[in-house]
Each structure stands twice: as C-alpha cells, then as structure tokens.
Design a binder for this molecule. Sequence first.
Ligand SMILES: Cc1ncc(COP(=O)(O)O)c(C=O)c1O
Length: 366
Amino acid sequence: MSDVPVKLRAEILAQRAYKQGKPAPANSFKLSSNEVHFPPLDSVRGAAKDFSAMNRYPDASAGLVRETLAEHYGVGVDNVIVGAGSVSLLYQAVQAAASVGDEVIYPWRSFEAYPGMVTLTGAKSVEVPLRRDGTTDLDAVADAITERARLIIVCTPNNPTGPAVGQREFEQFLEKVPEDLLVIADEAYIEFVTDPNALNATRILADHPNLVIARTFSKAYGLAGLRVGYMLGHPSVMQAFATTAIPFLISAQAQAAALAVMGEPEAIRARVNEITARRDEVRRALLDQGWPVPESQANFIWLPCGEQVEGVDAILREGGIIARAFPGDGIRVSIAEEESVTPLLAACWRAIERYPYLRAEESPAE
Ligand SMILES: Cc1ncc(COP(=O)(O)O)c(C=O)c1O
C-alpha cells in the first residue's frame, strides 16, 4: 500500500472496492447483475421524469413510499424505512448494530457487499459456509452465535447460489437465537420465490421484534438504476437505522417511480412469472447437461465450477454470455430475455464438455 499518499485505515485498504458486473460488449447478453431485462413500464417512466423541483431537496423520509408500503404490508408507517437501494439500508443496519470487537454472522458465499459493510464498522465477519449444494445451513449459523454477536444476516433466496431457506426451518432457527440479537432476512429476490414452503419473513415479523426484513425495488420491480429499497421491522429498530442514514439519498424521481410501480402489481407479476418459468426451464436443461445447478428461487442460477471458473467464464463470453464469475467457486448467471437462453445453453454445453468432471456425478470432490 506504499503508493497511498495519506494515512488511511489498513483494513479498508486491504479490501477490494465493490465490483460491478462486467459491461456487456455488443452482441452479447448482460446476465451479470440480476437486473430484469424488461424496459421500464410506461407509467413508471412517466412518473419519474418530473425534474421541475430539482432545486429542492427530496422528502428525506420518503413518506409517501413508506405509507404505501405500510398499507401494503398491513403494518404501521413506523415499521418501515426506505433507503437508496436495500444495500444502503444494510450498511445503516450494520453501523447501528456492530462496532469494534463485535461479530456479524452470515452464511457464505452470499451477497458480496456483506464483508465490506462489516469491515467498515470495525466488527468481525463470521462467515458460516453454505452446504455443498449451495443451501444455507441455519444450524451452523445458530452454532456460530457467541456473546460478541450483534447481527445475523440471512440472504434468502441466497445470492449467488439461488436456494431459499424454508419457512419452518427459519422459524426453528429463530427459536435458537437470543431475543436481543438482531436478525436481518435479506429478501432482495423474494418476488421470484415459487416454492410455497420457502421463507416469507413478513408472515412472522410481528412475533419477532429482533427480526428485520430487507427488500428492494431493484430486482423484480425493475428500478435498479433509481435506487430504492426498504426495511420492515420494529419501530425503535427502524428509528435506530434511520439515524445512520446519509440524508436525502432517495431522489424525488426514485420515490415517484417506486410509488408508480407499486400501482402495477399485475404487470410486475406477469414479468416475474415469465422469468421464473424460464429459470426452471434453464435449470432443467443444465441438469440434463450434467451441471449440478442448485434449485434456484431467484432470478439467477449458479454454475459450480471450482477451479475452472476462468475457463468456463471464457467459454461463456465467447458464446456472448456475460455472467458473474467468482474465482475458485462458481459462476452466477441471471435469467433474462428469451433470446439469451439458446446461446447460454450452448455455451454451458461446450464448457461441460471441456471440463467434464464438473458434472455432478463426476465431481472430483464427491
Ligand atoms: C442479496 C442482495 N441484497 C441486497 C442487494 C442490494 O440491492 P439494492 O441496493 O439495489 O436494493 C442485492 C443486489 O444485488 C442483493 O443481491
């Protein structure tokens, strides 16, 4: 770090800045960031194009968005906070909960932003390995709780592997968690869940004051570029998280778009249904090829590649597929336009032929 001209925190310098999904070259499909490929709905685009008051600050508390969400979920306005994407709310939550010497527990591999937000507070990340099949081991998470634990984050469905935790499984897990230990269910992909037994944490929110739910308009609702997410939880916890916010982050345009998109449930449902049907088709085809793809409840699938990530990623790129590669582990591919399916499956076939031991039954680690 000798090229840094000023004194900065060593643990921050040691970290890598958040890496965005690669831009897609022309004639390829950008399947690297779990965005939806659909263009914005006309009503949403219309609502977001009023810039006439840009000389004024936006509503800092996103009051109308909170009210609408509160009504939708049947909770009080005080149970809801809105942020510039759910990632900013997660940062706020970690800062409110943890500090030097504390521990933040989360299953790993999971959302890449978790380690950085913990490091920022001076707390320690306790990463609990996923099971081999990409599912979350909640017993192991419970076993990792110590006196120093201040927060547990459970991402479900899990980014990047895809499986969701079960409703009953999560309820049993909460029984083992001390009542004063904060648990965040990061449900960024909840709208894509089709398994009726999967967790929907809103069903049990009222019974667990230590539970907070993070959700977003970035994925199913297609507002990734405008940055709006929200949390649901106990009023005093929401209030504490609000105090760590950078003020005025949610633009008036973003708030208007969020309100408009909440008025389009049928259109959003139709889009989500298209994605989830395609997800299941793609997974079936990949399983037929021999890829051990975990069952995904999100808008992406996971290709376990071990040491062959770079090789498989290169084959995907040559085939016009820009995916998200996690060296030494696997590749996450977002499910998007229909036209991407044939080139994706063709490239995956070439990759599994090139590296046949990646097939489930031939995996060297089995
Ligand atoms: C699991 C998970 N949580 C949170 C986020 C943050 O999304 P946003 O800040 O756009 O709401 C993402 C984005 O990829 C994610 O995958």
